[in-house]
Design a protein around this ligand. Structure first.
Ligand SMILES: Nc1ncnc2c1ncn2[C@@H]1O[C@H](COP(=O)(O)OP(=O)(O)OP(=O)(O)O)[C@@H](O)[C@H]1O
Ligand SMILES: [Mg+2]
Length: 496
């Protein structure tokens, strides 16, 4: 264990850390901070929820001169919500030193953003599209930036964002320090990354598995048509405190959300087609426990740090093993425990095995809870409430009425009636979710098609010869292929 004291951190930041309740540095922080303070470029890889934000935030803030009201640090993040969250954490870390961070993202009034930028933040945390917009308008000046960070670096250097990132980095002084962070870093992306940096130090916190070990991982094999009932049975039986349900498409997110609401759950959906105002309000409701189930596309898969998420459901198994790692990493953060439950259709078993292999983790098979179990789960929740009430021992006022009841009925009947009244019986509204194609592990010759995301991680499933062919083909048809993919990704992220 390393204390922050041992890392030669200045007083102002030490005080901020104390206020934040950080007692010891996490391994990625212990390894990164000294290297980054020395000025090295670095690629940092450590599991989800292990404090990568402060690992780059602390050295970045150390270097900033608060007297100079110029942008000296830049963080680029893939989603708006993450940009906001990172800016908040940096503001906490920099508060006592007087270092101010501001988030800049799409979907927000340009004029308002420009006014706020005139206030002279020291650090800007931005999504790529809007950042480029400001750079072109010269409302964000880059000449004083000393540190540039790509949070979720593998995502930022993947096809959807890579061109934007190149454009951004071109505009930042070459003497800059570049820091890249993520829980996942496929080798091909690491190679791209290395080209953008100067002799980067690679910091990889050694872990047996890519996923966090205090997340219990399960899978339930069920036909597509039974997924929704299985989800509601599971939610009733296990009564998670806060759950995130990931689905593959925006349409399905809407349908699942509507379905859950129709069955009486406090659920809300989040995806890129919603207005920014709606996205924020949904997330805030979830953070404040006014919503129990957040249904989301991958827009919520990376980086979001919402304390108290106990369960992550993959209503649809994700295409990439990396995406799986990030999605389930929304639980089990900062040493807490969590559960991840993935629904797979019978045809997706091979794909599940691929995810297990790449992430070096194992998912345990779980039987889908039955309707009877779900009902029992609901009754148990009511029984727990009764037990809690009994333990509070403030029932004197009710004793006379209780004894009258017991003269007329036996105790079993009275308690059963009380339980029935308290049980949140599910409204069994019929719900139909439009179907999607199962994800299959395609044979090599079938890969590389127009709809194939073709992420670098897929390379593993090519034979040696095919790899070569793919490389060649990739270059030749790169334009079309990349463009197709690029467009697809742009759409996915179009609301940054
Ligand atoms: N040294 C520390 N002591 C206690 N808590 C910490 C420490 N460092 C970070 N945290 C807290 O741990 C949580 C997770 O941190 P953070 O979001 O930076 O993780 P991450 O590694 O970036 O995860 P992800 O890969 O999901 O983005 C946050 O709530 C953060 O405030
Ligand atoms: Mg993070």
């Amino acid at each position: 264990m390393t204390t922050f004291n041992e890392l030669n951190i200045s007083q102002a930041i030490m005080k901020a850390l104390e206020k934040m309740g950080f007692e010891e540095a996490t391994p990625i922080q212990a390894e990164t901070i000294p290297l980054a303070i020395e000025g090295n470029d670095a690629i940092g890889q450590a599991q989800t929820g292990t404090g990568k934000t402060a690992a780059f935030g602390i050295p970045m803030i150390e270097k900033i001169d608060p007297q100079q009201r110029k942008i000296q640090g830049l963080v680029v993040a893939p989603t708006r919500e993450l940009a906001i969250q990172v800016a908040e954490e940096l503001n906490r870390l920099g508060k006592i030193k007087g270092v101010r961070s501001m988030s800049v993202y799409g979907g927000q009034h340009m004029e308002r953003q420009i006014r706020a930028l005139k206030d002279g933040p020291h650090i800007v945390v931005a999504t790529p599209g809007r950042l480029l917009d400001h750079m072109r308008r010269k409302t964000i000046r880059t000449e004083n930036i000393q540190t540039a960070v790509l949070d979720e670096a593998d995502e930022m250097l993947n096809m959807g964002f890579i061109e934007d990132i190149r454009d951004i980095l071109k505009n930042i002084p070459e003497e800059r320090q570049t820091l890249l962070f993520s829980a996942t870093m496929p080798k091909e992306i690491r190679d791209i990354a290395t080209n953008l940096m100067k002799n980067p130090k690679e910091i990889k916190v050694k872990a047996k598995e890519m996923t966090v070990e205090n997340i219990d991982q399960y899978f339930i094999e069920i036909p597509e048509k039974q997924k929704f009932d299985t989800l509601t049975n599971h939610l009733d039986f296990y009564a998670p405190k806060l759950a995130i349900v990931f689905s593959r498409t925006k349409k399905r997110v809407d349908e699942i959300t509507d379905g859950l609401q129709a069955r009486g759950f406090r659920a809300e959906g989040i995806h890129g087609d919603l207005t920014q105002g709606k996205r924020m309000s949904v997330l805030n409701k979830f953070k404040n426990n006014r919503v129990d189930v957040l249904v989301a596309t991958d827009v919520a898969a990376r980086g979001l740090d919402i304390s108290g998420v106990t369960h992550v459901y993959n209503f649809d198994i994700p295409q990439d093993p990396e995406s799986y790692v990030h999605r389930i990493g929304r639980t089990g953060r900062a040493g807490r425990t969590g559960e991840a439950i993935s629904f797979i259709t019978p045809r997706e078993v091979a794909h599940l095995n691929v995810i297990e292999k790449v992430t070096k983790s194992k998912m345990k098979r779980m039987a889908p809870p039955t309707y009877q179990e779900a009902r029992r789960g609901q009754q148990q929740a009511a029984a727990d409430k009764l037990r809690k009430k009994i333990s509070q021992q403030d029932l004197q006022d009710y004793q006379e009425t209780a004894s009258e009841l017991l003269q007329d009925y036996d105790s079993m009947t009275v308690v059963a009636a009380a339980l029935k009244m308290m049980t949140k019986e599910r409204r069994n509204a019929p719900v139909k979710i439009s179907s999607v194609q199962p994800i299959s592990v395609k044979k090599p010759q079938q890969r590389g098609g127009k709809n194939n995301k073709g992420g670098p991680q897929n390379k593993k499933f090519y034979g040696k010869r095919d790899q070569g062919r793919r490389k060649q083909g990739g270059r030749k048809q790169g334009g079309r292929n990349r463009k197709g993919n690029y467009q697809k990704h742009r759409n996915r992220h179009s609301n940054n």
